[in-house]
Ligand binder design. Structure first.
Ligand code: WTA
Length: 638
């Protein structure tokens, strides 16, 4: 299949495609879906229900996504590079797989899963480093119809156990250890701790990466390399229904525990493929690099599925942007001739803070297109990226989307549609964004601000939250019936370009990673010193948002100032154990009370103002049970 199919090349073509996608979505998406490898075509393109959140795409169709990622390309791209792996340490060996080789690797891994009793529909959790076997294992699950659920390998054992139990996974894939910059982390040990609380797991398959000795539990744990010796390199793909589960990915919401966002086979495939092709405008000879970890949705859609569906060459990086030095990203770009580069604002901001020579000493001549994702990109970071990385010749596309949307929703198409710093731009074909008032009225016209919602289903829309459809319904379809509610606030400028302002719910976005404030509070409250806590986000130069925790201690736990550092350190330890280092509070303020209304509700508005340093402008506190607590909090501000 040529890369050019359903490929928009001019702004007029974009306008035309957009209009057709709105006028007749079924015809539009049937045309886009036509060239895939289907075992059987669909009966209906779309069954929509935006009130209950039961949306179905390509109903009745049969397919396997890996036949579309791999087998379909073998005749024309068998010898083309599919996956390029750059290790953590630049002095060690790179790995490169052609489409033919990747196909074999995936088949072999699939056979290992089959030999270990994995069946269609089983949930497999992956807690692995960014090594080729992670990509291969994800595709191997899809090959045999197992549902993959990747857990970012920075989460703690408690967070792993929560996810494994929620998914009722039977098999876990992991490795002996992982490299993260100068550090090495014993991943298998973290999994072992987690699995003490996971009765559903009967098999752990361990990939050897660091060559570390690890404890192997008799009857449960096996080494991948030993299993692979007996596994064939061909494996027929399982025939899947369009709406069979492809994966579960856990993400944070404003309440309770992270929820398992479910994506299914055909719609996700069509959406990942179409959005990748058009947003990044990838050509046959491009070397494309997305720096996201496969543990997040960006890694799923734009490191793995989108590029492979398009027959592109995708680069996977094990390391971090600052190791061995802060020029690493640029070194990798020059080394591999990367043409399209996709990263997060937090990475850009952290590199901006280092000497400019780190980037100026590389040529970066190969670059054509730059992308950003995960959080709002501020103008300063946008200009730095555009000027010093893109040398003012590469369009910067700011892609807005969510785990729940499966792929990019609002973004310029690189070089095709207009870009504006700090603005995501216009919706992709198939996406109908609206701005709502708090009461749910649509706000018409340009130069307006409101709650961002989406009117019609698109192929990549979330299907459910695993094991609890009510939660999906309430979270996304309940707030404004008939719309998918994003949780973000947005502004539509005078030309109709969207700017994402940030979350309007209790979700904070730290370095592009989502956390519910309640989730972090629950973790803090596990600490024996703590009675109650309230967490808010505040602006942070590098992370976008930082985590500010207000904590009430148990009587006697920190009566003297000397106790405070110990208590704070132990609270941090608890959060790291409950969730992981990525959720560590940046600031902890021990307080004697929280600003509560007479009905007992914490007034977060006040805490947010304190955390932001806006203490002269706190607003009305007369409805508080004890207004005096506000002064104490302001005086003790960190
Ligand atoms: C935020 C990541 C501004 C937003 C793909 C959204 C963004 C949440 C952008 C989803 C962007 C993502 N501009 N904000 N370009 N991209 N966000 O599920 O608040 O990890 O709701 O998906 O990140 O985060 P998630």
């Amino acid at each position: 299949m040529p890369l050019s199919h359903s490929r928009i090349r001019t702004f007029e073509e974009y306008q035309d495609a957009y209009q057709r996608s709105i006028d007749n979505p079924e015809q539009f998406w049937a045309d886009v879906a036509e060239p895939f490898t289907w075992r059987r075509k669909w009966n209906t393109v779309l069954k929509a229900d935006m009130v209950n959140g039961h949306n179905e795409w390509f109903g009745g169709a049969k397919l396997n996504i890996t036949e579309n990622c791999l087998d379909r390309h073998l005749a024309t791209r068998g010898n083309k590079l599919a996956l390029i792996w750059e290790p953590n340490d630049p002095k060690t060996r790179q790995i490169r797989y052609t489409y033919r080789e990747l196909h074999q690797q995936v088949c072999q891994f699939a056979n290992v899963l089959l030999n270990n009793g994995v069946e269609k529909g089983d949930r497999v959790c992956l807690y692995m480093p960014m090594i080729p076997q992670l990509a291969i294992a994800v595709l191997a699950c899809a090959r045999i119809g197992a549902v993959h659920s990747v857990i970012f390998a920075g989460f703690s054992s408690t967070a792993i156990a929560d996810r494994v139990n929620d998914a009722q996974a039977t098999v876990v894939l992991t490795s002996d250890g992982l490299n993260r910059g100068p550090k090495q982390i014993p991943v298998k040990r973290v999994v072992d701790e987690a699995l003490e609380h996971c009765p559903s797991v009967r098999r752990v398959i361990v990939v050897e990466h660091l060559g570390w000795p690890v404890h192997m539990q008799e009857g449960r744990d096996v080494w991948y390399h030993q299993e692979a010796e007996e596994a064939a390199k061909t494996c027929p793909a399982e025939e899947m229904d369009a709406e069979d589960l492809l994966f579960i990915l856990y993400t944070s919401g404003s309440t309770g525990k992270p929820k398992g966002v479910v994506h299914t086979t055909a719609g996700y495939m069509v959406w990942a493929d179409y959005t990748f092709r058009n947003v990044f405008q990838v050509e046959e000879n491009d070397i494309y690099w997305c720096t996201a970890d496969i543990g997040w949705v960006t890694g799923h859609s734009y490191l793995l599925y989108g590029p492979l569906l398009n027959g592109a060459s995708t680069l996977m990086f094990e390391g971090v942007p600052t190791y061995p030095d802060a020029g690493r990203f640029w070194e990798v770009i020059d080394k591999h001739g990367v043409t399209v580069f996709y990263t997060a604002p937090t990475a850009i901001r952290s590199l901006m803070a280092t000497p400019l020579d780190n980037v100026l000493s590389y040529s970066l001549d190969s670059l054509r297109i730059l992308g950003s994702v995960g959080e709002p990109i501020n103008e300063e970071a946008w200009y730095w990226y555009y000027t010093h990385v893109g040398k003012e010749r590469c369009p910067v596309i700011d892609t807005w989307w969510q785990t729940e949307t499966g792929g990019v929703m609002i973004s310029a198409l690189a070089g095709v549609s207009p870009t504006k710093p700090a603005h995501a731009g216009q919706p992709l074909p198939g996406v109908q964004p609206v701005l709502l008032t708090q009461e749910g009225q649509e706000i018409e016209g340009n130069d307006q601000e409101g709650y961002l919602a989406i009117k019609q289903p698109w192929p990549g829309i979330i299907r459910t939250t695993y094991g609890d459809h009510d939660r999906a319904k309430q979270t996304y379809f309940g707030p404004y019936p008939g719309y998918y509610f994003t949780g973000d606030g947005a502004r539509r400028d005078e030309n109709g370009l969207y700017r994402i302002i940030g979350r309007v719910d209790d979700v904070i976005n730290v370095s592009g990673h989502r956390f519910g404030t309640a989730e972090i509070e629950n973790a803090i409250n596990q600490n024996a010193n703590v009675v109650e806590s309230a967490v808010v986000g505040y602006p942070h130069d590098v992370k976008g948002q930082g985590i500010y925790a207000f904590v009430i201690c148990r009587a006697g736990a920190c009566d003297s100032d000397a106790d405070k550092p110990h208590v704070e350190a132990s609270i941090i330890e608890t959060v790291v154990a409950e969730i992981g280092k990525i959720a560590k509070p940046d600031k902890i303020q021990l307080v004697s009370g929280l600003p509560k209304t007479r009905s007992g509700k914490i007034m977060r508005r006040i805490l947010r103002k304190v955390a932001e340093g806006e203490t002269s402008n706190i607003g009305d506190v007369t409805t508080l049970l004890d207004p005096a607590v506000v002064d104490e909090i302001i005086n003790g501000r960190k």
